[in-house]
Design a protein around this ligand. Sequence first.
Ligand code: IPD
Ligand code: CA
Ligand code: CA
Length: 279
Amino acid sequence: MSNHERETYTVTGKSFTAVAVNMAAKAGEYMKSKLGQATDVRVKTSPHDLVTEVDKGTEILIRKIIHTYFPTHDILGEEGVEPGAEASRLALEAVKDREYVWIVDPIDGTTNFIHGLPFYSVSIALAHRGEVIVGVVYDPSRDELFVAEKGKGAYVHGKRIQVSPEEELAGSLVATGFPTDRQHVLPLALKQIESVAPRVRNIRAGGSAALHLAYVAAGRLTGFWEANLNAWDIAAGMLLVQEAGGKVTDMNGEPYGLHVRDVAATNGRIHDDLIAAIR
Ligand code: IPD
Ligand code: CA
Ligand code: CA
């Protein structure tokens, strides 16, 4: 790589992250002002899968900013995709190998948001030819902005974060989620919880996959797993965990890729044991 190319890459990389941070901050401020005040609550795939006018408005705000700075980039945003796993797979398939794709979940934790429970986030990732190079998760309730750049570490407000030191499940605090698909996925999730609960210190289910991943990166949780998530739930948090020294795979231990829907993310040290417990 010539000096010129290296310089160009660095400058471009910085500006991608700066734009991601800016979008997350703006989006977070907007949604926080609407907490617990959504008026148009609609059912997506089931009464456990909801969307509001604030989810849609936030995604529009983010799309406008992306188009302003990077008009040629593609966007995979939750509210631009029909509900359901199959539509998500197709939407990802259509863009995954494109040069630059922004992967956006405008509100991760919509159920909490509707109920006024301050545990939700905005999740923004940028993938370059299928590889996530920037990940930002913002929690407006605590004003915590988690940022990761490929190869450059993970940070919250400029302070480097690291995964937690636990070596064993017995001392681990882990998190999971209750899936929106109550017919096929919930029975599996309940079996996993039954298997994991006696082995760990405790389990939490906060209701925002992206924030759970950010918490694994920050060492507040030892690990997280959940089945049937979408690329926009995982991509940004995945990079945070990796850049904080942790490990992210599917539930069989296969390497992470944008197609992964059943995710396991840990401090690395308990990874194999957590996977053994959920399989
Ligand atoms: C949901 C949250 C939740 C998880 C669900 C997701 P949404 O995303 O991440 O924690 O358990 O599976 O669908 O619908 O609030 O963006
Ligand atoms: Ca989500
Ligand atoms: Ca969402």
